[in-house]
Design a protein around this ligand. Structure first.
Ligand code: WQD
Length: 338
């Protein structure tokens, strides 16, 4: 009997890649998405990729009645919760919207799950809960903090989950703390599709490579790192997707939850990423050194050993794969001539 998984935000960047990995792993999947940060044709592209019809419910996690209808209309065994706002910069401008969408959205979802007797959850968290000064490599027992409303909302969600589990042991939850998801499905059919000018490095570099943006600003070259620019643990979105399948499998197998980092354990600097992207795309990437960005850490990379021990997770793709698949996606989504 196939287990059926509800993906909230399943038409989004990480959700859509996880959808493909779940179908490949033999799960039935229902997507719930309000399409506020996903193209309307993603379900069609997912059907092309998997060869199976996609079951999509257009709804918002802030709409409790819509959530109840989904659980009444589909026999759901587990939920992966992606639906959240995720821009650090935007969260500083709109803290109330971030708290409402990310925190109230989670509360709505967990209450609807509880009423429907569905208590197996994988939660999309973030390395931002470690704040900007964690000891490296970052372990899951590092002190938790936040440096912006986005990270704060994720920390509050983790605390709500912890308190819910303490109140009712029937819950089993996998909390996955993502480092820096980048790259795209090798087919070029799905990928990161940020509206407007991207905040994050890889999609910005992709637009510079494609000639859609003239130059990249490197936010600081005076950090205490090998080349002075910021170091991050970039992880291929397809590795990340596999980590979600392994988290679900572990919840089903163990009946208990886990909190794990999903990263490669390897940090790359901004200049290393630029050079790798230039190689992968065969394009020049013009850049200029600019002032540091408020709140940025010098370095952030994971200790991935707990995810390996608990889930059997191990990242397979390297930075060149991440850049190459990003470039293939950039070309297919903007029809850029190679
Ligand atoms: C990476 C590096 C910048 C843009 C954030 C969130 C995290 C996750 C990913 C949601 C840093 C430098 C960037 C640019 C640059 N989001 N940079 N020029 O800040 O590590 O993580 O996004 O889940 O939760 O915190 O990612 O890609 O913005 O920055 O020099 O135009 O690239 O200074 O060193 P970040 P990023």
């Amino acid at each position: 009997m196939k287990h059926r998984v509800l993906l909230t935000g399943g038409a989004g960047y990480i959700g859509s890649h996880t959808y493909v990995a779940l179908v490949d792993a033999g799960y039935d999947v229902v997507i719930l998405d309000n399409f506020s940060n996903a193209a309307e044709d993603v379900p069609k592209r997912l059907k092309d990729l998997t060869g199976q019809d996609t079951t999509v419910v257009k709804a918002d996690v802030l709409d409790r009645a819509a959530l109840d209808r989904v659980f009444k209309g589909h026999k759901i065994d587990a939920v992966i919760h992606f639906a959240a706002y995720k821009s650090v910069a935007e969260s500083v401008r709109k803290p109330l919207a971030y708290m409402q969408n990310n925190v109230v959205g989670l509360i709505n979802l967990m209450q609807a799950m509880d009423d429907a007797e569905v208590r197996r959850l994988v939660f999309s968290s973030s390395a931002t809960v470690y704040g900007a000064h964690a000891e490296l490599p970052i372990r899951e027992d590092a002190a938790l903090s936040y440096a912006n409303p986005y990270g704060h909302s994720k920390l509050i969600c983790e605390q709500i989950i912890e308190e819910t589990i303490a109140s009712d042991p029937r819950w089993s939850v996998g909390v996955l703390r993502y480092f820096n998801p980048v790259g795209a499905h090798p087919s070029g059919l799905i990928g990161e599709d940020p509206a407007g000018v991207p905040d994050n490095l890889m999609p910005y570099v992709a637009k510079v490579a494609a000639g859609e943006l003239p130059v990249l600003s490197v936010f600081g070259d005076d950090y205490p790192t090998p080349d002075g620019t910021g170091v991050r643990d970039y992880i291929h979105v397809f590795d990340l997707a596999q980590g979600h399948v392994q988290s679900l499998n572990a919840l089903e197998r163990d009946g208990t939850g886990h909190i794990v980092n999903l990263g490669t354990g390897r940090g790359y600097s901004v200049l290393e990423l630029i050079a790798t992207y230039a190689r992968a795309s065969n394009r020049d990437i013009p850049y200029k050194i600019a002032p540091r960005r408020e709140g940025d850490a010098a370095s952030s990379y994971a200790d991935p050993s707990l995810a390996k021990a608990v889930l059997g997770f191990e990242a397979q793709y390297d930075l060149f794969d991440m850049c190459r698949t990003s470039w293939v996606w950039m070309q297919t989504s903007t029809q850029t001539a190679d």
